[in-house]
Design a binder for this molecule. Structure first.
Ligand code: 5RP
Length: 230
């Protein structure tokens, strides 16, 4: 199985958790896009679901493929969200936001009774942090916010570059009009403490640590898919 086939496998298994009539949060990224393609086949065959996309990118793909969409305000409580991840640890804590959609992804996941993560086995880690942690920040006061994050990191014994994500020559702009700082901490031994402390910095809009949100991960490897639970 190549990398794409593993993503498709994980998406296929996740699709088996989708039931007729469900209100679904639909994730962002290349793995989530495989899920959207499979979901579109099901809806074309008559499965009745309503989806809430976690990004403009996902919304465009759903519209192109005919997956019925609603806004989160129209469907404020969801049955299930299926989304990818940049890292998954054995407690199903995640790093997300590699695709820049972490804020909407977290809002949608938090509005869902259940979140299932789909990923290939390269995303499973013993300790979060090798993937740079995306931190979504308000453009106003960017330098102050970055300094506050640096001070916080130092106080927690975390070190590493904190870089503004760019899109060509311009800062990358999220769907919400914010910037992203990618923090290369290498290891985040206390993800809960970092998550809470980042939330206390005023310029931080959201961060990519997803804790107590996912209850199942479908992890695909060359030999097939397995599930991880807490
Ligand atoms: C987007 C995300 C994605 O779920 C994450 O980056 C994984 O993407 P991919 O499936 O392409 O590896 O968090 O913000």
């Amino acid at each position: 199985m190549d990398a794409r086939q593993m993503k498709i496998k994980a998406a296929e298994v996740a699709l088996s958790y989708v039931e007729d009539g469900m209100r679904l949060g639909i994730g962002t990224g290349s793995t989530a896009e495989e899920f959207v393609r499979l979901l579109a086949e099901k809806t074309a065959e008559g499965m009745n679901i309503e989806g809430v996309p976690t990004s403009e990118r996902t919304a465009r793909l759903c519209l192109e493929l005919g997956v019925p969409l609603k806004s989160l305000d129209e469907l404020p409580e969801l049955d299930l969200t299926i989304d990818g991840a940049d890292e998954v640890d054995h407690q199903l804590r995640l790093v997300k936001g590699g695709g820049g959609a972490l804020l909407r992804e977290k809002i949608v996941a938090a509005a869902s009774r259940r979140m299932i993560v789909i990923a290939d086995e390269s995303k499973v880690v013993d300790c979060l942090g090798a993937f740079p942690l995306p931190i979504e920040v308000n453009p106003f006061g960017l330098t102050s916010t970055r300094m506050a994050i640096e001070k916080l990191a130092a106080s927690m014994g975390l070190s590493g570059e904190i870089e503004l994500r760019n899109n060509g020559r311009e800062p990358f702009m999220t769907d919400g009009g914010h910037f992203i700082l990618d923090a290369s901490f290498s290891r985040i031994p206390d993800a809960e403490a970092l998550a809470n402390s980042l939330n206390a910095i005023p310029g931080v809009v959201e961060h990519g640590l997803f804790i107590n949100l996912a209850s199942l991960a479908v992890i695909a490897g060359p030999a097939g898919a397995k599930t991880l639970t807490k």
